[in-house]
Write a protein that binds this ligand. Structure first.
Ligand code: B16
Ligand code: MG
Length: 217
């Protein structure tokens, strides 16, 4: 039986990637190069400072550690400014109904995100109350694809990894779930999320019954 479900935030609960992209692109342009939407894909599920390193490599720019922190701080302030437009109706289609179903079935719910802004975002969506535990970028020492984020979440919820389902849109996140011995539901495309147990386009028209039958549980 499914004991717990752990959700990634960006790309699963809400589309914040578009705001990350605007803020990272401004940082790149300030440094004299552009960032394409395809390059932005590489940053999904990756921590803030690792994302910055990837972007600097794309632009062939080298910065001192101080300068990197300063740039990342400006990027985050801009990102949070953009996130202020976020409203409860910005939760991705079907997510709320799915969480309601889990709650009604007494399946425990947690968040496993690389973001240090996870609480703020959930607050903006008015969805904090769904989550019994939040494991975010402030708590973890190793980013996805390391399983730490989801193992901590399962432990907080007293769930066995093998009875825990992770919902993830990023390749690194699906890998993290599998490395932790969990069931992984990819949100996106099968061609991209190759190691997921099942892949769905989103939560619209997806019920707990569908989850159980597709996982063979
Ligand atoms: P922050 P997730 C990740 O969140 C995003 O996908 C990734 O693009 C972002 O760089 C990372 O959070 C860190 O975010 O700058 O807010 O700490 O998908 O793991 O929920
Ligand atoms: Mg994500």
């Amino acid at each position: 039986a499914i004991q717990a479900c752990l959700f990634d935030l960006d790309g699963v609960i809400v589309d914040t990637a578009k705001y990350h992209y605007i803020a990272w692109r401004e940082l790149a342009q300030d440094l004299g190069f552009d960032l394409t939407p395809e390059q932005n894909e590489l940053l999904k599920g990756i921590s803030r400072m690792e994302s910055l390193d990837i972007i600097l490599a794309i632009g062939h720019v080298t910065l001192s550690e101080e300068e990197k922190i300063a740039r990342a701080t400006i990027k985050n302030a801009r990102y949070l400014e953009l996130c202020q437009q976020m409203k409860p109706e910005d939760a991705l289609p079907g997510v709320r109904a799915f969480l309601d179903e889990l709650q009604a079935d007494a399946i425990r719910i947690g968040l496993g995100s690389a973001s240090k802004n996870a609480r703020l975002i959930l607050q903006g969506l008015d969805m904090l109350d769904y989550f019994e535990t939040i494991v975010d970028g402030n708590r973890i020492t190793k980013g996805k694809p390391d399983p730490e984020v989801f193992l901590l979440g399962a432990r907080d919820l007293n769930a066995e990894p093998a009875a825990t389902v992770v919902f993830e849109d990023a390749v690194a996140g699906v890998q993290a779930a599998k490395a932790g011995g969990m069931l992984a539901v990819g949100i996106g495309e099968r061609t991209v999320l190759t190691v997921a147990d099942i892949v769905i386009p989103g939560f619209e028209n997806f019920s707990l019954t569908d989850l159980r039958s597709q996982l063979g549980l």
